[in-house]
Design a protein around this ligand. Structure first.
Ligand SMILES: Cc1cc2nc3c(=O)[nH]c(=O)nc-3n(C[C@H](O)[C@H](O)[C@H](O)COP(=O)(O)OP(=O)(O)OC[C@H]3O[C@@H](n4cnc5c(N)ncnc54)[C@H](O)[C@@H]3O)c2cc1C
Length: 472
C-alpha cells in the first residue's frame, strides 16, 4: 500500500515500472475528447470526486475555480461552444512541464498545450489513481489562455523604420501622441502591476496609456520608510521581458523605484505622470467606449478608451510622521511592523513597542515558478501544505524558537498552510524571515525588554529599547 499525499489515503499497489507519460497521455486523450464532444459522464470520470478545474479565460472571459465534477460539468455545459473548440491538445515536452511523478508521491503531473477558438493556451494537470479501481483521475486541471490570435507577443522591435528613412525618435513621438490621444486601454497606476500590463499590451499591439498620480514613476517606493528593502528575494518579483539589472538580492526601496522608472523608459511605455482620472467615467455601451476625464498636471484632458484597468495597489497610504525622540507604539506584528520597528530604532525613537494581538506566521520563501504557483487551486494547495506542515517548518525552527523565547506569539497559517495561506485568506498576518531575523536578535539580546500584558484581548507587547541599536 502507498500513501497518496494529495488524498492522505491508502491506495492500491502501483507497479514501479509505470510510465508517467503513458498515464498522462491516456488521461489527456480521454479528457480532450470528452471536451470536444461535451461528453459529460466522461468529463466526470476524468475528475476525482474532490478534484478541481481552474480556468483562466479559456471557457469564459473570467477566472474561475470549480470544485468537484458536478460544478465542473455545469460550468462546461454553459460554455459548450468554447469547450468544443478546444483542439490540438498535446502533452508539454519542456523541462519541468513534461509528465512525471511528483517527488515522493504516486501523483502524475504534466503540462499540456492546446488551441481554443480565440488563441493558444497552456494547461497543467495532476492525476492520482482511484482508491478502489486504480483508474487515474485528476485532482486538479488548470487551463489558461496564453495568447490571443492576431495579438501574439511580437518580440523586440526590429529598430529599422521606413528602410532607414525614419528615425526612431520620430516613431516614438508619433506613437506616443497617438496613444495619448486615443488609447484602447487606460491603466491607472504605474506600479509593478500597471507597468507589467502595459508592457504585455504593447507586445500585443494594444495601444495603452498609463496615468500615474505621482510626479515620477517609482515615487510610490521612494516615499516609503528609509530602511525598507524588499522582503522577498528579487527573482520572485522580476518584471516582464526585462530581468533586473545588477540589484542586491533584497533590493533597497529607492533602487526598486529607480528600476520601475528605468523599466518604463526602456520599454517606451506611454505614462502620463502627475495625472489621475477625474470622477466619474461614463460608459457608452453602443460605442463600447468609456469617456474619462484626466487631470494631467492640473489640466483636464478627455479620452475614450475601450477598457480601464485599475492598478492602484492594495496597500494603505504611507504615513511619514517624524518619531525621533518619541516613545512609539507600532500596532501589528507582520513584515511591515518588523521593518517599521527597526526603522524607528535606527531613526532615534526613544522606545519602540510592537503590539501583537493575534499570532504571526513567520515563513520561508517558496521556490516555485509563477506558472506552477498559478496551476494549483488554492483550496488544494492549502490541503497539501497542511499535510507537509511538519517538514516545511523544520528549516525555520531556529528563527521560530528565538521569536517564541522572546515572547512573540506565532502561528503556522490557516490549518498549517503557512504564509501563503494567510496571504491569500487575510492579506496580512505574515512575515518573512528576512525582516524577522534581526528583530529576533534584538529581542533576545535582552530578555527584560519583553513585557507581556495579559488582557482580555490577549495583546502582547514586545519592546525594543534604543540600546538595541548598538547591536546592529
Ligand atoms: C512596506 C512594503 C514592503 C513590501 N515588500 C514587498 C516585497 O519585498 N516583495 C513583494 O513581492 N512585495 C512587497 N510589497 C508589496 C508590493 O509593494 C506590492 O504587492 C506591489 O507594489 C503591488 O504593485 P501594484 O502595481 O499593484 O501597486 P502599487 O505598487 O501600490 O502601485 C500603485 C500605483 O498606482 C498609483 N495610484 C494610486 N491611485 C491612483 C490614482 N487615483 N490615479 C493615478 N495613480 C494612482 C500609485 O501612486 C502607485 O504608483 C511590499 C509592500 C509594502 C507596503
Amino acid at each position: 500500500m502507498y500513501l497518496n499525499h494529495h488524498h492522505g489515503t491508502h491506495l492500491p499497489h502501483i507497479p514501479m515500472d509505470i510510465d508517467p507519460t503513458d498515464v498522462a497521455s491516456a488521461w489527456l486523450r480521454r479528457f480532450s475528447s470528452s471536451l470536444t464532444l461535451l461528453d459529460l459522464p466522461q468529463i466526470a470520470s476524468c475528475i476525482h470526486e474532490d478534484g478541481f478545474l481552474r480556468d483562466i479565460l479559456v471557457f469564459s472571459w473570467s477566472n474561475r475555480t470549480l470544485a468537484g465534477p458536478a460544478k465542473i460539468i455545469s460550468y462546461l455545459e454553459a460554455a459548450r461552444s468554447a469547450a468544443a473548440a478546444i483542439t490540438s491538445v498535446k502533452l508539454d515536452t519542456r523541462m519541468y512541464l513534461s509528465p512525471d511523478f511528483d517527488a515522493g508521491t504516486t501523483t502524475v503531473s504534466s503540462g499540456f498545450t492546446f488551441e481554443s477558438a480565440v488563441g493558444s493556451g497552456q494547461g497543467y494537470f495532476s492525476l492520482t489513481p482511484e482508491e478502489t479501481t486504480g483508474e487515474w483521475r485528476a485532482m486538479s486541471v488548470f487551463m489558461m489562455l496564453s495568447d490571443i490570435r492576431g495579438h501574439e507577443e511580437g518580440g523586440p522591435e526590429e529598430g529599422v523604420y521606413g528602410e532607414y528613412t525614419i528615425a526612431w525618435g520620430e516613431i516614438i513621438r508619433e506613437r506616443r501622441a497617438r496613444i495619448e490621444r486615443d488609447p484602447y486601454v487606460l491603466i491607472v497606476g504605474a506600479g509593478q502591476t500597471g507597468l507589467n500590463m502595459a508592457a504585455r499590451f504593447k507586445q500585443m499591439d494594444i495601444p495603452t496609456l498609463i496615468v500615474e498620480k505621482n510626479a515620477q514613476i517609482g515615487d510610490n517606493w521612494r516615499q516609503r520608510y528609509p530602511t525598507l528593502t524588499l522582503h522577498t528575494v528579487k527573482k520572485f518579483t522580476e518584471m516582464l521581458y526585462q530581468p533586473y539589472p545588477n540589484l542586491a538580492t533584497f533590493a533597497a526601496k529607492d533602487k526598486v523605484g529607480q528600476w520601475l522608472h528605468q523599466y518604463a523608459g526602456s520599454d517606451d511605455l506611454v505614462v502620463l505622470t502627475s495625472s489621475y482620472p477625474l470622477p466619474t467615467p461614463t460608459y457608452d455601451a453602443a460605442a463600447k467606449r468609456w469617456t474619462v476625464g484626466i487631470n494631467h498636471e492640473g489640466t483636464p484632458v478627455t479620452i475614450h478608451p475601450a477598457h480601464i484597468v485599475l492598478a492602484t495597489g492594495i496597500m494603505g497610504a504611507p504615513n511619514g510622521a517624524a518619531f525621533s525622540g518619541h516613545r512609539v507604539i507600532v500596532v501589528g506584528a507582520g513584515s511591515s511592523s518588523a521593518d517599521i520597528c527597526q526603522d524607528l530604532v535606527v531613526q532615534g525613537a526613544a522606545s519602540v513597542t510592537m503590539v501583537q494581538r493575534s499570532s504571526t506566521c513567520v515563513g520561508m520563501a517558496i521556490e516555485v515558478s509563477d506558472f506552477k504557483a498559478e496551476v494549483t487551486p488554492y483550496l488544494l494547495a492549502k490541503r497539501v501544505m497542511s499535510m507537509h506542515e511538519e517538514e516545511a517548518w523544520e528549516a525555520e525552527k531556529e528563527t521560530h524558537r528565538g521569536l517564541r523565547e522572546a515572547g512573540m506569539k506565532l502561528n503556522m497559517g490557516p490549518d498549517g498552510a503557512g504564509t501563503l495561506g494567510l496571504a491569500r485568506e487575510r492579506f496580512g498576518g505574515t512575515a518573512f524571515n528576512a525582516c524577522f531575523s534581526q528583530v529576533c536578535r534584538w529581542l533576545n539580546a535582552s530578555q527584560d525588554s519583553v513585557s507581556h500584558l495579559t488582557s482580555r484581548d490577549e495583546i502582547h507587547l514586545l519592546t525594543f529599547s534604543r540600546a538595541r541599536r548598538r547591536l546592529r
